[in-house]
Write a protein that binds this ligand. Structure first.
Ligand code: ADP
Ligand code: ADP
Ligand code: MG
Length: 458
């Protein structure tokens, strides 16, 4: 049964993106919002809007009962969770299913299996996909943790099984550090995810973060090629590309094939991403986790392949088979996305939720600006700082960087500090231009003052 009335249980730029995709499919849209988000762009764009509670996320966007009540009251037949918030919460997906509504994502069982990093590792191993050497399952207590670390070799990463958003992760170089950091990771995971269970894996030194976009209809899965997301701060992506020019063709084929194998092994439905670390020196890739939802950086893949990933995930979750075969998915050129956050990049990325005075959107061929801003809009201080994404597409990576520079120079977001200047500086950096970076590259670059030097000169 195709979806007819879609309830959007998220906010910000992704809510705008979902409203547009649903409308393109002729679906009636119902935007949920908190009391702080009455003025939000997707509230204006959607066919209907409904308040689900006060500003704090726990009372609104994380309030399962309030969301279900509002979805039922507005006659919705499906709920799109977006990213963040409840998007990877198996309990929420199950509650939606039990209320007789469609969850626009995989089944609650699949989220349980693939959203938990330990269970996902085991599923990957079973499907023949390489994982980072580490503990077989959860590890409890300093003794057990140390034993695994000694087996796989230092440095090691201590990770929260339920982790996300770069939280609950620590790197330990020695047994002493491990003993000190494991309790910290556990406490952080308990506070952030309500689950303090940990596991340990070898820390790969200076890897690339490469991920594969997949789509599945529960029966068949296809990949839409890979993304390169190594430019990270605090293990959060800030700049993403499609494709990853560091891969040779056989490695790319093997990586993408492994993602399809794993997605099919778990009968995956919807849009999902398999994240890997890639060791350039040995050309080895290791699965690290699966994100069972649409991702922030999905537009670079859309620019590369011409596929509307959000529309396709809505279609397949409504029961339709995938609308394309693997052979029909082609890549062309190169795409780059940069995250525009309302933060001060010159002052330790301090959140800066201002009121927008002037907004000039970058446009032109191959330029896309996904955002939820408008002149006069006051950015609410209660939520994630991501306010937009500038995405460019061009024939080559070099041309894409040039186009990005033009777009960022053209863009004006007056009234708030934002991370546009960071991206202009990155675009001008010779190492970024040459594509020579890894996941541990950006933080030392920032610490060395590369940004403020450029900012002062500008
Ligand atoms: P992606 O994998 O799509 O790049 P991120 O890991 O950056 O996504 O997370 C997507 C968004 O959701 C970010 O804005 C992040 O702050 C937020 N987020 C991630 N995990 C959680 C979580 N468990 N709860 C709430 N928000 C989260
Ligand atoms: P999250 O759920 O927070 O996104 P991930 O497991 O995807 O957690 O890891 C986030 C980031 O942490 C990765 O993109 C990478 O930069 C780094 N990382 C994770 N695991 C390892 C590892 N074993 N070795 C080196 N870096 C890692
Ligand atoms: Mg991740």
């Amino acid at each position: 049964m195709a979806i007819e009335r879609l309830f959007i249980a998220n906010r910000g730029e992704i809510a705008v993106r979902i409203v547009r995709a649903a409308k393109s499919l002729g679906i009636h849209t119902i935007q949920a919002h908190s009391e702080a988000d009455v003025e939000m762009l997707s509230v204006k764009l959607a066919d209907e809007a409904v308040c689900i509670g006060p500003a704090p996320s726990k009372d609104s966007y994380l309030n399962i009962q309030a969301i279900l009540d509002a979805a039922k009251a507005t006659g919705a037949d499906a709920i799109h969770p977006g990213y963040g918030f409840l998007s990877e919460n198996a309990g929420f997906a199950r509650a939606v299913e039990e209320a007789g509504l469609i969850f626009v994502g995989p089944s609650a069982d699949t989220i349980e299996r693939m959203g938990d990093k330990v269970a996902a590792r085991q599923a990957a191993l079973a499907a023949g996909v390489p994982v980072v050497p580490g503990s077989d399952g959860r590890v409890d207590g300093v003794e057990a943790t140390l034993a695994v670390a000694e087996q796989v070799g230092f440095p090691v990463m201590i990770k929260a099984a339920a982790g996300g958003g770069g939280r609950g992760i620590r790197i330990a170089n020695t047994a002493g550090e491990l003993a000190a950091l494991a309790p910290q990771a556990k406490a952080e995971a308990e506070a952030a995810f309500g689950d303090g269970s940990l596991y340990v894996e070898r820390a790969i030194v200076a890897p690339r973060h490469i991920e594969v976009q997949i789509l599945g209809d529960g029966d068949r899965a296809v990949h839409c090629f890979e993304r390169e997301c190594s430019l990270q701060r605090r293990r959060q992506k800030v700049w993403e590309e499609a494709g990853a020019d560091c891969l040779d063709a056989p490695t790319r084929d093997a990586l993408c094939a492994s993602a399809v194998a794993l997605a099919e092994a778990v009968g995956y439905r919807g849009a999902g991403t398999l994240e890997y670390l890639y060791d350039e020196s040995t050309k080895e890739f290791f699965f690290i986790e699966m994100n069972t939802r649409i991702q922030v950086e999905h537009p670079v893949t859309e620019m590369l392949t011409g596929i509307d990933l959000v529309a396709e995930m809505i279609r397949v979750c409504g029961g339709a088979p995938l609308s394309m075969t693997q052979e029909q998915i082609l890549r062309s050129g190169h795409a780059i996305e940069v995250r525009i956050c309302a933060e001060d990049p010159f002052n330790n990325f301090m959140p800066w939720p201002g009121r927008i005075k002037t907004l000039v959107e970058p446009t032109g061929p191959g330029v896309r600006f996904d955002h939820f801003l408008s002149e006069g809009y006051q950015i609410p201080p209660f939520y994630d700082s991501l306010v937009g994404k500038v995405i460019v597409h061009a024939e080559t990576r070099d041309a894409a960087i040039d186009k990005l520079t033009t777009a960022l120079t053209e863009m004006v977001i007056d009234g708030t500090k934002h991370t546009g200047p960071l991206h202009l500086a990155l675009a001008a950096d010779p190492e970024v231009r040459a594509g020579r970076f890894h996941t541990q590259w950006l933080e030392p670059w920032l610490d060395a003052g590369a940004l403020s030097a450029k900012g002062d000169a500008a």
